[in-house]
Write a protein that binds this ligand. Structure first.
Ligand SMILES: O=C(O)c1ccccc1NCC(=O)[C@H](O)[C@H](O)COP(=O)(O)O
Length: 269
């Protein structure tokens, strides 16, 4: 029985092949070499657990999701990104998957042009083409989901990401996936408390999984933030940063929400 993640990846591959017919891998490689060098997302995220102003926040541009359907219109992703930056976001995540999340590479372009902080291309990376494409569109950070890749792909994609001057957020959800992530000796690991195969969200799983993370990586708690109390809980378990989508795109004042998240986490130190 295919999982939600399997279904998403089928669509991602189809869309990717259509883009590859328009722009070959060789052309995309060339474009990736011509853009401004990547910003250092690792430096922007590290040290959040000892930062007196609170956890670093990766703020997501998320229109819809498989679990919740439509979340927010986001007619102008650049305006939302500027609010995020004003509120003190460390990194902006742009979901570029179109079928389930309503995102696009045009969103990534708009956000890149609007802010100075690092930008994460949040997609379901299954092919090196997407990594060159992310860089060609100005991304500084890409997502590699352990559940979607085998060990050889993880190694190759992480190496390619570094060759292009970017960082990768390696995303895990189980103890086994954390072990596979850690074996890569990466700089950034995220624990997604959402199971991408079933869509179940369990914020308490962060506290169980965080002790398995290598102490020298930037540790990110992903998903499941409804309010400041959830952020405080992630801070208690040593996260450097949080990744938040729904709670920000549904909030009337996302800049203030980011400030509230940061001060709630600063208070638990
Ligand atoms: O959000 C979903 O429903 C989803 C379903 C299947 C695969 C991925 C999915 N989301 C990606 C993410 O993990 C989140 O966008 C991100 O971590 C922010 O989560 P949240 O703050 O809970 O919106």
């Amino acid at each position: 029985m295919p999982t939600v993640l399997d279904d998403i990846i089928v669509g991602v591959r189809e869309d990717l092949e259509a883009r590859r017919r328009e722009t070959s891998l060789a052309q995309m490689r060339e474009r990736a070499l011509q853009v401004t060098p990547a910003r250092d997302a690792w430096a922007a995220l590290r040290g959040g657990r000892s930062d007196a102003s609170g956890l670093r926040v990766i703020s997501e541009v998320k229109r819809s999701s498989p679990s919740k359907g439509a979340l927010a219109d986001i007619a102008a992703p650049a305006d939302l990104a500027r609010s995020y930056e004003r509120g003190g976001a460390a990194v902006i995540s742009v979901l570029t998957e179109q079928r389930r999340f309503g995102g696009s590479l045009a969103d990534l372009d708009a956000v890149r042009a609007a802010v100075d902080i690092p930008v994460l291309r949040k997609d379901f990376t299954v092919d090196e083409y997407q990594i060159h494409e992310a860089r060609a569109h100005g991304a500084d950070l890409v997502l590699l989901i352990v559940a979607a890749l085998d060990d050889a792909q993880l190694r190759d994609f992480l190496d390619l990401t570094h060759e292009l001057g970017m960082n990768a957020l390696i995303e895990a959800h189980t103890p086994e996936e954390i072990e596979r992530a850690a074996a890569l000796k990466p700089r950034i690991i995220g624990v997604n408390v959402r199971n991408l195969k079933t869509l179940e969200v369990d914020p308490s799983s962060y506290g169980r999984l965080a002790p398995l993370l290598p102490s020298d990586v930037v540790q990110i708690a992903e998903s499941g933030v409804d309010g400041p109390q959830d952020v405080a809980e992630y801070a208690r378990h040593g996260a450097d940063a949080i990744l938040v989508g729904e709670a920000l795109v549904r909030h009337g004042d996302p800049a203030q929400a980011i400030r509230d998240f940061r001060s709630a986490s600063a208070a638990v130190r």
